[in-house]
Design a protein around this ligand. Structure first.
Ligand code: BGC
Length: 461
């Protein structure tokens, strides 16, 4: 590790991120409706350890303790998600007052402690009732999402510091609808592409709804994974471009006004949806509604090469990358990938690129409590330091990065992996719900204390 002190610019914001289904539990309480993750996790064989988010970190009941942990860290901002089925149980129609009251109180508790609430509206937990009507395959879900954004902003919009419409729509598209390893468990491959367009349309409509109710800045959060070619042939390069278009450009180019990338394996503008084009007149303008911040989530680069089989279902093969340390998820640790993607976004989008917040960055390790009840996670400290240095290098290279949110505050329910992957700065014993800050928590706290964390820009007075 570089011996020079880690030094982010004055005003840089340090935060942590979580998401509702991964921590809240209380899935049947206070009027919450069912989500697609309730359905998926109860389907035998879907979750590695057979668990669900029914209890997760029990954050719904223990949020005061968890806010205490945030205060102890000294973060200037906390990114959490609102569970759509908690505030609007059927995804349309009546609001659940108890659900909105939970988030209203959470926002006030954060503000009382000097922590800015950064709110994601959709972190993959679609109301099951909407899935029963087609989910994101149905164009109507985009309109329903805007309605939900409106009713949430009507309640919280005077105090939220930053809105994030969607979390990682590419992962929801590919894992949830193309490959079927996340809820709702559909394996449609490229037939899933209407889900991409309808998520983007929902984003654009939600931006307008949020602006009408709130003066806080608005963002979308995408997941980026730079391509590492595992071959040097023309077909390898073509495979790399196809993967890059899906993973890194599909949800960024249209939002920043460039339309759908030409390198996509399928031309969305040529697709039909019922008796109409999938992409209707005006849709691309709606999707390109100006945003104030681009949320960037980064975990690792991806090895790509041409498909081994001529009739392969996908135009690329994904291959393990050699030569990197690997996390408990077997993901390569490559901080240079974060620098590469940040400078790449700047090169591609130039003046159209809004300021960036790193809305997720983190790693899973097999963290255990030792005999004296402590949890030592030096690998996580190295990981975070390396990635913060990569951010610093990108800033020095002219990229406007304003903040960094560690994924995650707590060990939590890691989707299809169940409780098997620990990403937290705080260890959670899932039998007792005892929280034990890890050594990375102390490291991050001390870094923030040295550097001073700034609260986010909004909402403007
Ligand atoms: C998601 C999180 C997830 C994390 C680690 C991101 O793709 O937004 O919900 O826990 O990665 O897998």
């Amino acid at each position: 590790m570089d011996p020079s002190p880690l030094d982010l610019p004055a005003g840089f914001r340090f935060g942590v991120s979580t998401s509702a289904y991964q921590i809240e539990g209380a899935v049947g309480e206070d009027g919450r409706g069912a989500s697609i993750w309730d359905t998926f996790s109860r389907t035998p064989g879907r979750i590695a350890d057979g668990s669900s988010g029914d209890v997760a970190c029990d954050h719904y009941h223990r949020h005061l303790d968890d806010i205490g942990l945030l205060s102890g860290l000294g973060v200037g901002a906390y990114r959490f998600s609102v569970a759509w089925p908690r505030v609007q149980p059927a995804g349309s129609g009546p609001v659940n007052p108890a659900g909105l009251a939970f988030y209203d109180r959470l926002v006030d508790l954060l503000l009382d402690r000097g922590i800015d609430p950064v709110v994601t509206l959709f972190h993959w937990d679609l109301p099951q009732a909407l899935q029963d009507r087609g989910g994101w395959h149905a164009r109507d879900t985009a309109a329903r999402f805007a309605e939900y954004a409106d009713l949430t902003a009507a309640r919280l919009g005077d105090r939220v510091a930053l809105w994030i419409t969607l979390n990682e729509p590419v992962v929801h598209l590919t894992y949830g609808h193309a490959l079927g390893v996340h809820a709702p468990g559909e394996a449609r491959l490229f037939d899933a592409l209407p889900v991409a367009h309808h998520q983007l349309l929902g984003h654009g409509l939600a931006v307008a709804a949020l602006r009408a109710r709130s003066s806080a800045p608005v963002a979308i959060t995408n997941n980026y994974s730079p391509v590492r070619l595992a071959g040097a042939t023309d077909p390898d390069r073509a495979a790399g471009q196809a993967f890059d278009a899906v993973q890194n450009r599909l949800f960024t180019d249209p939002v920043l006004g460039r339309g759908y990338p030409a390198a996509l394996p399928v031309d969305l503008t040529a697709l039909r949806y019922g008796d109409q084009p999938l992409v209707r007149d005006g849709d691309l303008a709606t999707i390109a509604a100006p945003i104030d911040v681009l949320g960037v989530n980064y975990y690792n680069p991806t090895g790509v090469r041409a498909p081994a089989e001529a009739d392969a279902p996908l135009p690329f093969d994904l291959v393990p990358l050699d030569g990197y340390p690997r996390t408990a998820f077997d993901w390569p640790v490559a901080p240079d990938g974060l620098h590469e993607l940040l400078t790449g976004l700047r090169e591609r989008h130039g003046a159209d690129l809004p300021p960036i917040e790193i809305t997720e960055s983190g790693c899973a390790w097999d963290d255990v409590l030792d005999a004296d009840g402590r949890c030592h996670d030096p690998e996580r400290i190295d990981y975070l330091e390396g990635h913060l240095r990569a951010v610093r290098a990108a800033i020095d290279d002219g990229v406007d990065v304003r903040g960094y949110f560690v994924w995650s505050l707590l060990d939590n329910w890691e989707w299809a992996e169940g409780f098997g992957k620990r990403f937290g700065l705080v260890h959670v014993d899932f039998d007792t719900q005892v929280r034990t800050p890890k050594s990375s928590y102390a490291w991050y706290r001390d870094l923030i204390a040295r550097q001073g964390s700034t609260r986010s820009a909004g909402p403007p007075a």
